[in-house]
Design a protein around this ligand. Structure first.
Ligand code: 2AM
Length: 215
């Protein structure tokens, strides 16, 4: 085996700096509390059907918050080597970017934050990230590049984090609906089957370092 194959990471992505992690966790927690409060008065719209525990306990938290660009699985994932060899990847490795967190969402499986990438950030986004999800989420392949960009904030018991991006795509392929209410943080929409999305009144700016992760 070639050394460069051995050295491919588990994934590349933007890793939030500590202040941004703290701020996003805190905003996320405010959102779950507000959603719990709202659901008490809403009929037939439970995320954790039959489970009366607060959402904050329902979702198991993640330690280090990041926005995955390319999942490489140490080189086993398709296109991993090609991605790692892109000149932009080595040029921008270690640089800090301002990510715009534009929305928060929950489904019965996952809790995440939507990231709206700029053109400059999209050069690090794999061209097939949305198409790759087409078999799990029909229609995902036709969404704009970067639609899958997200930060996993928590997963229900037994759910793998890869599900967060698929849940986001699943919401984005649905027709737009009217907000059910305006919360302090922004407007809240309900997409059926326990799927909620809060569009932030003011997108949150999260400083994050482009790097890679090896277990
Ligand atoms: P996440 O980006 O939704 O958090 C390590 O497992 C990281 O890679 C996690 O952050 C995870 O999800 C992401 N990941 C795991 N499998 C993946 C896949 N098949 N495609 C894209 N991202 C994946």
């Amino acid at each position: 085996r070639q050394l460069d194959e051995v050295c491919l990471p588990l994934f590349f992505g933007w890793f939030l700096l500590t202040p941004a992690q703290d701020q996003l966790r805190s905003t996320g927690s405010d959102f779950l509390t507000a959603l719990d409060g709202f659901k008490k008065n809403a009929v037939g719209s439970s995320v954790n059907e039959g489970q009366e525990i607060p959402l904050e306990q329902y979702f198991k938290g993640k330690r280090s918050l990041h926005c995955t660009t390319k999942f490489c699985d140490y080189g086993k994932a398709e296109g991993a080597k090609e991605y790692a060899e892109k000149p932009e990847v080595s040029e921008l490795y270690g640089s800090v970017f301002d990510l715009a967190v534009s929305a928060l969402f929950v489904t019965p499986r996952t809790f995440g934050a939507r990231v709206s990438l700029t053109d400059e950030q999209l050069v690090l986004w794999p061209a097939d990230a949305e198409k790759e999800a087409e078999s799990s989420v029909p229609g995902a392949g036709s969404l704009p590049l970067g639609s899958r960009a997200h930060i996993t904030l928590g997963c229900a018991d037994g759910v793998e984090p890869v599900q967060t991006g698929l849940d986001l795509l699943e919401i984005l392929v649905l027709p737009e609906v009217e907000p059910v209410t305006d919360l302090e943080l922004g407007s809240l929409r309900f997409y059926g089957e326990g799927r909620w999305m809060l569009e932030l009144k003011e997108p949150m700016c999260a400083a994050a370092c482009f790097s890679s992760f090896y277990k």
